[in-house]
Ligand binder design. Sequence first.
Ligand SMILES: [Fe+2]
Length: 262
Amino acid sequence: MLTDLHCHLIPGIDDGSKSLEQSLAMARIAVEDGISTTVVTPHHLNGVYDNPADGVREGLRVLKEALFRERISLQLLPGSELHLVPELPGQLNRGEALTIADRGHAVLVELPVHTVPVGAENILDHLIAMGLTPLIAHPERNSELRRTPERLAGWVRMGCLGQVTAQSCTGNFGEPVRDAARTMIRQGSIHVVASDAHRDARRVPRITIARKPIEQWAGKDAARLLIEAFPARLADGELPDPGLLIDVLPTRTRKPWWRKMF
Ligand SMILES: [Fe+2]
């Protein structure tokens, strides 16, 4: 049974699901993929969408009722995809923005598509000082971090975690994104695979599509941690132990010459 920590499942409040029917279709796809728990993560503070905690809770209540009526057995938990802006720590302090599963231990934070904002490290530091572990949403899709994955590795050393999007691993967002996903996973900067689903077609809530590529890049044990163990722990209000991941990652990132021959 899998946990999806990043999914735009609440209808009509961001660029995710457009209708209740679409949300139900997405929920059925998730169940089919073996997902038993989904944290709903509408955008918040990204300059286009503002979804404070109360609105997310209300949307979640309506969606839960619909799933119950339709007998779809998918557990839903509250959450948000929070843009990394200076006002974020204050909003979290006042309870206006949601942590992952509303557990108060970790936050899903998003960067702009192309840049890393000035002062990003300061905001991340501030969140960590508040006792919150930032989970960086799809760093492989950020142009600047793709060029400098070492910067992400530095954030992980600070105490952040990384979330890769399943469809990045399969190449759906192009080769550069897939290559960055592989590099970041092999460097131990990624701890969670999530769907970041927006629709019931194309950007769907499937996670298991990432298993094969990750097994090839980093081995079966790493794939199990990223797809199964770590997301479940975070939804339960626990923190994953990054050391477990380092222990199972291949230490050699390049094949020696004699293995390239086969
Ligand atoms: Fe997202």
